[in-house]
Design a protein around this ligand. Structure first.
Ligand SMILES: C[S@@+](CC[C@H](N)C(=O)[O-])C[C@H]1O[C@@H](n2cnc3c(N)ncnc32)[C@H](O)[C@@H]1O
Length: 281
């Protein structure tokens, strides 16, 4: 399995492993605002709602949102990784909505063209990979399309480890450097991304709903905890090779706690829904 944080690609096993935790974490109140917005649009739009999902992976956002949005939907899934596109196409076969993948590189291709004609633009676990400049371009493209936006699972950097370990802060500081690393979009905003996007949408005249979508990983998420800890420790080690021994001891202690069912990890995220002017979030 290619691991999440250190590499810049995300394999289907990792996305499958995290999908139940993502589903449990997504903010239902924020999703309800999206549902309300769609309801208000109803009388004006008889046709299927056109949704463009950016960095779609295997289609997790479609699987989550489809039953939460009233009426017919037509999804375009924008993704650059051919393996994820193949796996997503397999997994989405029985989905009720119309859908299709659009292979594209979000960092290079014309965002305005990618989202043209959309009613709703979505992204899940994407914005923290992106730079401030790219997020501003995204907001401008959404505004130009007159589309609403839902961006879920934006990392906030808030972390709680149990049991606590004296090296937690040290590893967290090393990992924070990785969060800011360029993942193809320019220097990543990491934990600021969700809030920066909210501010940019507000400045563009959108009304905003923001709410927490934290992962709460316990004994029932042992496999996800193991994969997360491996990726987290490796990303920290690459940033601080001088701390290799301390980081690998930290990881070994944490993996032992997972094995013994004693480990709990809370990973902070925030969900955002932005409704264009004329409708409210
Ligand atoms: C953390 S994964 C989230 C996937 C999916 N949205 C989900 O919630 O399961 C980030 C996704 O963004 C995609 N991605 C990253 N950079 C991209 C780029 N420059 N162009 C298109 N997709 C990109 C990755 O391939 C991956 O599918």
């Amino acid at each position: 399995m290619r691991l999440p944080a250190f590499t810049d690609s995300f394999d289907a096993d990792w996305l499958s492993l995290r999908e139940p935790a993502d589903r449990a974490a997504r903010n239902e109140k924020v999703a309800a605002k999206l549902n309300d917005w769609r309801g208000r649009l109803g009388s004006r739009k008889g046709a299927a709602l056109k949704v463009v999902d950016l960095g779609a992976g295997t289609g997790s956002a479609l699987r989550y949102l489809e039953p939460r949005i009233p009426g017919p939907q037509d999804w375009t899934l924008v993704e650059r990784d051919p393996d994820l596109i193949a796996e997503g196409a397999r997994r989405l076969k029985r989905q009720a909505s119309a859908w299709g993948y659009r292979p594209a590189d979000l960092a290079q291709d014309d965002l305005v063209a990618l989202v043209a004609g959309a009613d709703l633009i979505t992204g899940s676990a994407l914005l923290d990979l992106c730079s401030a400049a790219w997020i501003n371009r995204l907001v401008a493209a959404c505004a130009q399309a007159g589309a609403a936006a839902w961006f879920s699972l934006n990392v906030t950097g808030d972390k709680q480890w149990s049991p606590a370990d004296p090296a937690d802060w040290l590893v967290e500081r090393a990992f924070a450097r990785d969060m800011r690393r360029d993942k193809g979009f320019g220097p990543a905003l990491g934990p600021q991304a969700g809030f920066q996007a909210a501010e940019a949408f507000a400045q563009a005249g959108y009304s905003i709903a923001l709410g927490p979508s934290n992962w709460r990983l316990g004994a029932g998420s042992a496999a996800l905890q193991r994969a997360y800890l491996k990726g987290y420790a490796e990303a920290a080690r690459v940033q601080r090779p001088d701390l290799t021994r301390r980081i690998s001891n930290w990881r070994a202690d944490r993996l032992r706690a997972v094995l013994e069912g004693r480990s709990h990890i809370r990973v902070g995220h925030v969900d955002l829904f932005a409704a264009p002017s004329g409708s409210s979030a």
